[in-house]
Design a protein. Structure first.
Length: 282
């Protein structure tokens, strides 16, 4: 019997997840399928339970359900609990929530030769993606130091408090402005951009320009539309050798979901090729 998986969100007219996961199932000859479902917020609890009863193996959860889904689950991974959001649910006897977004970012850094171990990391943004990334790096990244810059002071403070309590790592909470960015980048090893700035259609925008970066920095932008953001172009103009786009994080968070659901080691390169071809059709 085919094991079914899905991604749920609202609205969810377009997602690259089905193509990516189904490519893996086809390559590995697994009797599995992956679809998408538009689930309105008022139907979330009922839908999550129905899918369990129907024998689904698991679901991915996207906007706007990542926080609300928690109350409908039986347990959470440590990461998901500290982050306060879930993007992957595993079905079995019980329903357990995970957050693979931050792990996707960590894997993307490591795969591109930019391991955060012993490094100072600067994160721009304090919303959902920034939370997931900074919590995971604090828990698993063996970092030396971290600064989180955000426009909402209370949101940044809450995030740094949660990291200090949950991961035992001291993090600097700072205001996201040009002067602070410049100061923090001076002695940073890794810069992670986790805000929507530069995302389609406002592709000409960036929070950091070439003059503020140095060649030894590693830069990751989690935006994947466009494939090469203005920030990435500025980094290359500054002589930065390691410049990582959002596709790597997206692919690696999906790969981690497959490990959780099926215990397999997925073909990450195939997943990346599938996503790139759907983002950049010939």
């Amino acid at each position: 019997m085919t094991t079914r998986f899905a991604v749920i969100g609202h609205p969810i007219s377009h997602s690259m997840s089905p193509a990516m996961h189904n490519a893996v199932f086809n390559r590995l000859g697994l009797d599995c399928s992956y679809t998408l479902f538009d689930v309105a917020p008022e139907n979330l609890g009922e839908s999550i339970l129905e899918m369990k009863e129907q024998g689904f193996g698991g679901v991915n959860v996207t906007i706007p359900h990542k926080v609300a889904v928690i109350e409908h689950l039986d347990s959470l991974s440590d990461e998901a609990r500290i982050i306060g959001a879930v993007n992957t649910v595993k079905y079995g006897e019980t329903m357990k929530g995970f957050n693979t977004d931050g792990f996707g970012a960590l894997q993307a850094l490591q795969a591109n030769g930019a391991s955060p171990a012993g490094k100072k990391v600067v994160v721009l943004g304090s919303g959902g993606a920034a939370r997931a990334i900074s919590v995971t790096l604090a828990l698993r990244g063996d970092i030396r130091a971290m600064s989180i810059l955000g426009v909402d002071a209370s949101e940044v403070e809450r995030l740094t408090d949660d990291i200090e309590k949950g991961a035992g790592v001291t993090v600097k909470a700072l205001t996201l402005d040009t002067w602070t960015i410049e100061e923090e980048i001076k002695d940073a090893d890794i810069l992670i951009h986790a805000t929507p700035v530069g995302m389609h259609p406002k592709t000409g925008e960036t929070l950091v320009t070439a003059g503020q970066m140095k060649p030894g920095l590693a830069v990751m932008d989690i935006v994947y539309n466009p494939l090469e953001t203005r920030l990435m172009k500025e980094a290359k103009a500054a002589g930065v050798k390691t410049v990582i786009g959002g596709v790597d994080m997206f692919v690696n968070q999906g790969a981690e979901a497959l490990r959780i659901w099926l215990g397999i080691e997925p073909p990450v390169e195939l997943m990346k090729e599938t996503v790139l071809s759907s983002l950049n059709p010939r």
